[in-house]
Design a protein around this ligand. Sequence first.
Ligand SMILES: C[S@@+](CC[C@H](N)C(=O)[O-])C[C@H]1O[C@@H](n2cnc3c(N)ncnc32)[C@H](O)[C@@H]1O
Length: 270
Amino acid sequence: MDDIQFRKLLETLDLSWEGYRKVRKGVKKRLRRYIKKQGYSNFDTYMQEIHLNPRLKAECLRLMTVSISRFFRDQNLWQILEKEVFPALLKKEKDRIEIWSAGCACGEEVYSLTIVLKRFEDIFKTLPDFEILATDLNPVYLEKARIGVYPKSSLKETPPEWLGRYFEPLAQGNLFRIASFLRQNVTWKAHDLLSDPGQTTFDIIFLRNNLLTYYQEALKIPALCAIIDRLAPNGFLIIGSHEKLPPATPPLKAFKGHRYIFQKIDLSRR
Ligand SMILES: C[S@@+](CC[C@H](N)C(=O)[O-])C[C@H]1O[C@@H](n2cnc3c(N)ncnc32)[C@H](O)[C@@H]1O
């Protein structure tokens, strides 16, 4: 499959060339293997089938998903969460705080969050209940997240002194299993970000390195608006450090000037 064919496929699926450009080698390899295994004579025959068969199109979208992630990706974010975002939320004196990790891949972002929350709990002793909904389109990634075993390479931004406290080393220290006490309060669920996000209202939504990076505007904007709709007034939307919100995204403001943390404006107080 050459780049022209790959771009044609992205166009058909409303995915973004800019988003896929750097990761296309691995995605093309996975697609090539799939096309061969399924017995299509060539890429063009597969493309024709995708147009005719919605099930095949959905399968192709799952094959296109990129699970690149790591613990404490964008280190600065985790410090801002600990020092500014959580304290702002705690001031609200709620009994329960709802968090959504949307497009969570194999759980690195989710467990980074549970580690930060655990550290917070150790300091403050009494905290509201935290409920984390972790969703992804790809059930294979969710299964890996549930198992919670990671290569050393995904922990390179994790402070070394935390490895012993929050992970159990396996395979002579080449793999690390997340501690069982960090798995509480997390619900894993298959969900497509382009579909109805449901009725729950969240205090924080992580939407990092998925919808805004890999999709074209036509899909991205309505899905983003529906996701922002699920944020509580003054709730936080967190995007990837290299991502930008589309220009007319209502009704958010940058939180304390941070480029990738936004707060929902409470329109009822205007
Ligand atoms: C690059 S990973 C990002 C993981 C994590 N949020 C982070 O920033 O490290 C992108 C994830 O988004 C998921 N994803 C892509 N499109 C999706 C969709 N339409 N609905 C739900 N998840 C999606 C992929 O399956 C993949 O696991």
